[in-house]
Every structure is written in structure tokens, then in C-alpha cells.
Design a protein around this ligand. Sequence first.
Ligand code: NAD
Length: 242
Amino acid sequence: MKTVLITGSSSGIGRSIAKRLNNKYNIVINYNKHKKQAIDLLLELRKSNPNVIAIKADVSNELEVNNMFEIAEKNFSNVDILVNNAGISHYSLVQETNYSDFKRVIETNLNSVFLCSKRAIPNMINNRYGVIINISSIWANGASMESAYSASKGAINSFTKSLAKELCYENIRVNAISPGVVNTEMMNRDFNEEEKEYIKSQIPFNRFASPDEIASLLEYLISDDASYITGEIININGGFSA
Ligand code: NAD
């Protein structure tokens, strides 16, 4: 069975991905601060699949990333599929954004993608097999009040395309999923009910995506059914455009 490591998978989209892939893959759950949520998920998945582990790591920290991969490889010998999902949002005008907040968003959303990919790639090359999926966002196109977040996601898109070009000779596919608005804690934390209704009214489908709809696309993209797809930023947004 192949092994998939999903960063930031104690909640939201990552959690749905872990649930959807359970029993079909060995699962590595990664969490940083939400230990209880991660352990609850671990216990739920283990009811039907013994091949699930949960590892604490701040994915913006190189030592912790390397340690996470060592533990994953000790358990499952290899990480075949990497899902760079962990991310944080931040809302403020540029002139009101603290430099420390700007750096935290870039380190969490973008540097983590570099660190996890860098650590995963050598084994993938040895095995002549690998899949990397980066979770981008519709706001990669630029969003008012979200300059740090948008910059991090825009950079993820160009990183995805560059990495795909580097790795296409090694049978390693690299793609990004670019969701519109997804019904997760990130949305609930950042917007009140009135704001959410307004955003929904701007979306042709008049609703947010469920996290499982993102997981469904991801399941296809990591499968061999998507064997000819690499270097793509795949939109999934209910007709919403930025
Ligand atoms: P979420 O807040 O539920 O999930 C993000 C996860 O990342 C959390 O579990 C969080 O603890 C984890 N995380 C944050 N910093 C971390 C770190 N340093 N190390 C390890 N884990 C860390 O929100 P979500 O909506 O599920 O977000 C998942 C991804 O989807 C993010 O990259 C987000 O930018 C992206 N996204 C979300 C939406 C949306 O509307 N919800 C839209 C487009 C893209």
C-alpha cells in the first residue's frame, strides 16, 4: 500500500482528505497545535485501518519537518505521496500588517511546501515514483486585505510548476489544487454569518465547497488515473472567479 503524508490534517480539508483516503493508503496525519483533534482522527481511522500514524511537527520548521519524515519512514519505509495542505490566513491592509505576521504566513504556507517537498523528493527519486499536491487558493490571483496569504499562494502556484518541470523525468507528478471557498474552520474563524452569506451570493453555485469535495479531486489527482497530469493548478470553485 502506498503512503500519503498530509500536512495540517487534524482539521478541515486535510482531515477530509485523511478520511477519504483511509483504507486505501497508509496515512500519516500531521498536526502542530491540535493534538486532541489529531488523536481523535487517528483513533477513528484506526478502527478500520491499522496503518495510520499521527506526528506532531511545525511544518515551517526544518528540523521538525525532517524529524516527521524520519518517523513516517520508520513506520512505512517511504512517503510516496505528499499533500502540502497546512496553511493559515491573515486579514489586514498592507500598511497595517506587522512584518512578523507577514513572515509567519509566508513561512507557514510557502516555506513549508519547500521544506516538505525537499525532504520527500530524494526517496521519491530513488523509487522512481512520487506525487506531490500543494493546496493553493483562488486568492493566489490577489485579494484585498490578504496580501500575505495571496502572495504565499501565488508563489505556491509558480513553485508547483517549477517543481513539476524538475521532476517530470523522475516519474514524479506535482500539481496544485486551487479551491474557491471551502466550509472549514478557517472560513468560520475569519467571517461572520452576514459576511459568509454575502460571499455565497457571489458564487454561481451559491454555496461553499465541502472539504470532501476537495478531497474527492485530490483522490483522483494522486491516483494513476491522473498519470498524465503534472504542473497544473486545478481550480475547484463552484464557478467563482477572483
Ligand atoms: P484549517 O484551519 O482547518 O486547516 C489548516 C490546518 O493547518 C490546521 O489543522 C492547522 O492546525 C494546520 N497548520 C497551521 N500551521 C501549521 C504548521 N506550522 N504546522 C503544521 N500544521 C499547521 O483550514 P482549511 O480550510 O482546511 O485549510 C487547509 C488548506 O486549504 C490551507 O492551505 C488553506 O489556505 C487552503 N484553502 C482553504 C480555503 C477555505 O476556504 N477554507 C480555500 C482555499 C484554500
